[in-house]
Write a protein that binds this ligand. Structure first.
Ligand code: 3PG
Length: 216
């Protein structure tokens, strides 16, 4: 993604991205509405279930205030499916050049995943300016991100730490200038979606929204 494109700018303004593994299409609209009610208006549906793409289409059609994208894009052939289903953006765990190129050709704002300087340089070769820092927690957290990003700080790259981020540590990340937004599955975990606990999802979104607003 480019830092000055409208969708990444909106994600950065929001500061919080809900990451979901969704099993049933009928849960898509209620979970999007629950997040929105708590002030979280950006979500990523991971391409790890059959329900992800139809859920994207349902949310795009019925919850237009939600910015909804797709994560876990690991094959270039998935990019057009994401665009056809109305995806606003794409995210991947890694820096697969074929996927990055396909997203560029399709005009899909795309954040590849990075964890090392070599990953950052590969993403830079393709002009990516907003990168998913993954897995943020187990690779060393903010300290690791600061170390690997330091050589590229003058280029204005921005990062979205994902993987092991929670309400307890999200503020640490958000206080760093190079962090565009944080996110994770704790906002709407699979078990809460399965049990239809929309009030708890709204409560988690509200708590994250409040912390993000304090940090911005
Ligand atoms: C992922 O790709 O699984 C996400 O980054 C979410 O990670 P989390 O479940 O640790 O929040």
């Amino acid at each position: 993604m480019k830092t000055n494109d409208p969708i990444p700018s909106r994600i950065a303004t929001s500061g919080v991205l809900a990451v979901l593994v969704i099993d049933r299409v009928e849960d898509a609209v209620p979970v999007a509405e629950a997040l929105l009610a708590g002030g979280v208006d950006a979500m990523e549906l991971t391409l790890r279930t059959e329900a992800a793409l139809p859920s994207l289409a349902a949310i795009s059609a019925e919850v237009p205030e939600m910015m909804v994208g797709i994560g876990t894009i690991i094959d270039p052939s998935q990019v057009n499916q994401v665009v056809d289903a109305g995806g606003s953006f794409g995210v991947a765990p890694g820096t697969n050049p074929e996927v990055i190129r396909a997203a560029e050709q399709a005009g899909l704002p795309f954040a590849p995943g990075i964890m090392t300087p070599s990953d950052i340089e590969r993403a830079l070769q393709f002009g990516c300016e907003i990168l998913k820092f993954f897995p943020a927690g187990s690779s060393g957290g903010l300290k690791h991100l600061k170390n690997i990003s330091a050589p590229y700080a003058h280029l204005g790259l921005k990062y979205i730490p994902l993987g092991g981020v929670s309400l307890d540590n999200m503020s640490d990340y958000l206080t760093a200038d190079m962090v565009a937004a944080v996110g994770g599955s704790w906002l709407a975990p699979r078990d809460l979606i399965a049990s239809g606990d929309w009030p708890e999802i709204t409560a988690r979104a509200k708590a994250a929204r409040a912390l993000a607003d304090q940090c911005r």
